[in-house]
Ligand binder design. Structure first.
Ligand code: OSB
Ligand code: MG
Length: 370
């Protein structure tokens, strides 16, 4: 039984070590909304993965702040106790959509739940790994020489898979150049929905470059065109943006819209929903991997725990903390060991908030009694 006492929200802004450029825009700072819940004297943390604008998904930091403050908080306050973190989705089901806002609150409950049992979260979830394979997502670069040296640098650090962000005008040439210089590496590309089905000539050329997967080439909410494209390519299509719930994952697999799923717990509405997708993917033998949203240590820790599940069989977009931040708001930072990120062994998420840094990077916060 979890007896909720308090909830706080913190809006933080952290500078990125270098700008991150994708087909939908450039980010120089990371804005994150953090949720803390207190229950039975234990504080748990969740990070909302919504971005500062509606470029990747319809949700933003501001929509999440509104939905959590004005809609989720009153439901928690009128309910006060939960048997288990996986009971939260039912309580919140009166709110349509807003998976990222819901997931941030659920994450804090899982942290409390595992801390109360004095177990690391991955053990509570049924994870089976002590370390998870790290891949890295490489943003769109100013030119090809810069791209090649960036890739070389990440390979030297030990990353097991390189993912290149692509968009029309930054696709065949840079991807070919990387493939020529590094013929044997695990290489994938992510378009963040930048192509139309009419661009299939370009996608067919990419298909010849021995890529591990082609991530979300078409519309952010599309399934059917991805299914049609998949029939024409030998490279597996991986869906990211299109999968915003376990039900949607089921639809995608029924339609053969993808052969791989990038799981982001926030995008699909939380850990409980992730576990449902995991069960489905295991039954259908669909490989999963954990995507990333430039999370701070709080969200990064949750990703590491989830990636220990047996169905997560491909290298993840979980990189070392220093790939994005000089200073994080949680300790200790995540580091790479021979291409793997060790799983935290302390209770719950296994990271501790650095209050000094949290408060220094905080632009807004509020606390409520529940
Ligand atoms: O599409 O996977 C994506 C970052 C922000 C929004 C969307 C995506 C990404 C990444 C970075 O690719 C993954 C990471 O290292 O956190
Ligand atoms: Mg993606």
């Amino acid at each position: 039984m979890i007896k909720l006492e308090r909830m706080s929200l913190f809006l933080v802004e952290l500078p990125l070590v270098s700008p991150f450029v994708t087909s939908f825009g450039e980010e120089r700072t990371k804005q994150a909304l953090l949720v803390s819940l207190t229950a039975d004297g234990i504080m748990g943390w969740g990070e909302c993965v919504a971005g500062s604008g509606p470029w990747y998904s319809p949700e933003t930091v501001e929509t999440a702040r509104y939905v959590i403050s004005e809609h989720i908080r009153p439901l928690l306050a009128s309910h006060k106790t939960l048997e288990h973190p996986s009971d939260l989705p039912r309580l919140l089901s009166v709110i349509r959509g807003h998976p990222m806002a819901k997931a941030a609150v659920e994450a804090a409950l899982w942290d409390i739940f595992a801390r109360a049992q004095k177990k690391p979260l991955y053990q509570v979830l049924g994870g089976t790994k002590e370390e998870v394979p790290a891949g890295v997502s490489v943003g769109i670069q100013p030119d090809i020489p810069t791209l090649l040296s960036t890739v070389e640098h990440f390979l030297a650090e030990g990353y097991q898979r390189i993912k290149l962000k692509i968009k029309p005008g930054w696709d065949l040439e840079p991807v070919r150049a990387v493939r020529e210089k590094f013929p044997d590496i695990l290489l994938s590309v992510d378009a963040n929905a930048a192509y139309k089905s009419a661009d299939w000539e370009t996608l067919r050329e990419l298909d010849r470059l021995n890529l591990l997967m082609l991530e979300q080439p078409l519309g952010f909410d599309d399934l059917l065109e991805h299914a049609r494209l998949g029939q024409m390519l030998s490279t597996p299509i991986c869906l990211d943006e299109s999968i915003d719930s376990a039900h949607r994952a089921w639809e995608a697999l029924e339609l053969s819209a993808c052969r791989i799923i990038n799981v982001k717990q926030g995008r699909v509405g939380g850990v409980t929903e992730t576990l449902k997708i995991h069960e489905l993917a295991m039954a259908k033998r669909i490989p999963l991997w954990c995507g990333g949203m430039l999370e701070t240590g709080v969200g990064r820790a949750l990703n590491v725990h989830l990636a220990t599940l047996p169905g997560f069989t491909l290298p993840n977009d979980i990189s070392a903390t220093k790939r994005y931040f000089r200073e994080d708001i949680a300790d200790p930072p995540f580091e790479l060991h021979n291409g793997f990120i060790p799983v935290p062994k302390r209770p719950g998420l296994g990271v501790e908030i650095n209050w000094d840094r949290l408060l220094r990077s905080c632009t807004w916060s509020r606390t409520w009694k529940l």
